[in-house]
Design a protein around this ligand. Sequence first.
Ligand code: IMP
Ligand code: MG
Length: 179
Amino acid sequence: MQDDLERTLFDEATILARLDGIAAQISADYRDRELTVIAILNGSLIFMADLLRRIPLPLKLDCLSVASYHGGLQTSGEVIFRQVALPDIEGRDVLLLDDILDSGNTLAAIREKLSTAGPRSVRVCVLLQKKKVRQRPVDADYVGFEIEDEFVVGYGLDYMERYRNLPCIGVLRKELIAQ
Ligand code: IMP
Ligand code: MG
C-alpha cells in the first residue's frame, strides 16, 4: 500500500501530535458544555477514534452516513443521506467531524440539514483542508492540516474504498488513478 504513494505528507506521529493540539483546543472551548460529536462516515472513523480519546470531557457520539462521491475523485455535488432519522441534537452543542474539506458540498449540505433539528450550536472539525476555492462556502472551526489541492489517501481517507488503513497520509501515485 505504501508503495502506491507518490509521497508521504504526514506520518502517524505527526498526525497524532497535531491531534493533541486540536483536542486541547476543543477541550478548552467546550469545558462547561456537553458536546455532541457527529462523525461523518466512513472517512472520519480513524481520525474520530484518535481525537476523541484525547478529549477528557463528557460527550455523546453519533455517526452520519452520506454519499457524495460515487467512488471517483470529484464530488458529485449532490449529497444523499443514508439514514432516515437524524441524531437527536435539539438544544445541543454539536461538533461535526470529517476527514477532509474539499469542495465544501458535503459539509454545507450536512450543516443545512442539521440546522433543521434545532441544535444550540454547530461547529466543524476537519483533519485536512484543501487550499482551493470551494463550490460552497464552509468555514471549519478546527483544522488539522492545510494541504494543496491534491488527491490524498490514508488514515481513513480512501480511493475507491482502499487505503483507509494506511497509518500515514500521502499523495496517491497519479498512474493508479483511473482516468
Ligand atoms: P467535499 O464535499 O468535496 O468537500 O468532499 C468531501 C468528501 O470527499 C470527503 O469527506 C472525502 O470522503 C472525499 N474527498 C475529498 N477529497 C479527497 C481526497 O483528496 N482524498 C480522499 N477523499 C477525498
Ligand atoms: Mg471517500
